[in-house]
Design a protein around this ligand. Structure first.
Ligand code: AMP
Ligand code: ZN
Ligand code: FE
Ligand code: FE
Length: 281
């Protein structure tokens, strides 16, 4: 069986590897295809695709957006869009503006705490999107936190002294734009959203009515019972089933590309089925 991974992060968001390194690792991990799904960024896609062409790994255009569905914060994966399409460019631009505003707020909170963070150094550490993990790494590198988790626990976690809630785009708006750009929307790690199955079922049903194309069923944090539940729901609602490891490299050392431990391997057939559902131009 050919295996794939449809959820990965490079150093164009908060992963530790460059897009090309990620594709090399995919080859070394015996994967046939990966999707690069950086947070709010498509800046790594060219590099990943070129590397993939060279070494015979299929690279799928992707991105992961942090959104609001009513009051629920969700992550939405976008696949197979045309990265040059104005709809996707515009969506990325909006998401990046929200991040920039939030990062300014985080700088200000650290400043209030008497911790001056060098903007330039921090920006240099992020090729694409700057997020809380970059602030955490900065604190560790400058002796202000013992490790990443310590930095989150003391400063950056939700409710922490340097935490800034962010504005979020609406899921319905994002799904419309993704579809206009020729792509398909997939709900990321549904059970990480921390809702009961009943609530999650309602959310997925309503998303389907607004253009959702699939659900990420295979995910490291999903146990067998969750996989069964999500598979049944996806079949009932005629949604594609996808899977990915959410690989971040050194930042999340427990997660291997292609899926660790309990996560079943993601078969290439899931990607083939996903492609059949792409909007017709
Ligand atoms: P951001 O997109 O800037 O809000 O950063 C989100 C990332 O921060 C997540 O992907 C995690 O890697 C990390 N993160 C969020 N909350 C925590 C936490 N409580 N402890 C450790 N890492 C966290
Ligand atoms: Zn991340
Ligand atoms: Fe996510
Ligand atoms: Fe992710």
């Amino acid at each position: 069986m050919k295996k794939i991974d449809l959820h990965t992060h490079s150093n164009c968001s908060d992963g530790s590897m460059s897009p090309a390194e990620l594709v090399d690792l995919a080859a070394a991990s015996d994967l046939a295809a990966i999707a690069l799904t950086d947070h709010d960024s498509i800046s790594g896609l060219d590099e990943a695709i070129n590397r993939g062409k060279k070494i015979g790994i299929e690279v799928i255009n992707g991105a992961e957006f942090s959104l609001f569905n009513d009051d629920t914060a969700i992550h939405l994966l976008a696949y197979c869009f045309d990265p040059a399409h104005p709809a996707i460019k515009n969506l990325i631009k909006k998401a990046q503006k929200i991040r920039d505003d939030r990062n300014k707020g985080i700088f200000a909170k650290f400043s209030d705490l008497g911790i001056e963070i060098d903007h330039d150094k921090l920006l240099l550490s992020a090729k694409g999107q700057l997020g809380r993990p970059h602030f955490a790494a900065y604190l560790v590198n400058h002796g202000m936190a013992r490790n990443n988790q310590d930095a989150f626990n003391r400063y950056l976690k939700r409710g922490g002294p340097a935490y800034v809630a962010r504005e979020r785009l609406k899921t319905t708006e994002a799904m419309t734009e993704i579809s206009r750009a020729g792509g398909i929307s997939v709900l990321a790690h549904p059970m990480a959203v921390n809702h009961s199955r009943k609530t999650m079922t309602g959310i997925i049903r309503s998303l389907k009515d607004h253009g959702l194309g699939g659900v990420e069923v295979l995910y490291p944090a999903h146990d067998n019972s969750t996989i069964k539940y999500l598979t049944a729901l996806a079949r009932e609602l005629d949604l594609a089933i996808t899977g990915g490891s959410d690989f971040h490299g050194a930042g999340k050392p427990d997660i291997r590309l292609g899926g660790p431990g309990l996560m079943p391997p993601v078969p290439l057939t899931l990607l083939e089925n996903l492609k059949k559902r792409l909007p017709t131009p």
